[in-house]
Every structure is written in C-alpha cells, then in structure tokens.
Design a protein around this ligand. Sequence first.
Ligand SMILES: [Zn+2]
Length: 113
Amino acid sequence: MHELTLVQSMITKISESAAIQGIQHISRINLVNGKFSGANTEALLLAFSLFKDIPLFKNAALEIEEPEIIAMCNSCHKEFIVEAYLFRCAYCSQNNVKIASGQELYINYYEGE
Ligand SMILES: [Zn+2]
C-alpha cells in the first residue's frame, strides 16, 4: 500500500521534529492531501491507525484536508476547479489545460506537548 509508505514517512518526520522540540505526546496532526495527489484519504487514515501503539502517537487525531484540483487553461488562461477528473476548461471547453494545484501532500501542522 502506497499510503503506508507515506504515513511511515510522516511518522518519521513528526517524530524527529517532536524530539527536537521536547514534545512527548502528539494530540493532532493536520495533513493536506490534494484530490489529485494519488493518495487515498481513507487508506491514509487506515495506515495511520497501525502506528497508534507508538507512545508519541497514542492520542493523536489525524485530520486530513482535501483541496480541490485547480487547473489552468492554456488557451484562455483562466483557472477553474476540476470536477469528476474532467480536465476540460470550464470557460472555453478546450482540453489544453495544466494542473495548478491539487497534487500536494504535506503535513500542514501538528500539535502536542
Ligand atoms: Zn479555457
């Protein structure tokens, strides 16, 4: 599972950061997972549940935001939200578009003490 590797990496990064800051219990993790990131939110949550036996993450809640896919039209240069993975300009109906955002996957912030 691709998501397991992603969550493993997130756990490692937060563990390192928490160690530096002297944080012993994480209470909340906010992750941004764009709708075109390739990672499935349900699978990320499931993968995260496998790490709950690590004391640092025992009481941590994982929140995942899912920003829309935004594309820009190369013909009319307008930006629009991509619905249902339909990569066609909402203004001029051209297929000549590029992804502006929605591919992001990153730790927005975490909280703990
Ligand atoms: Zn257009």
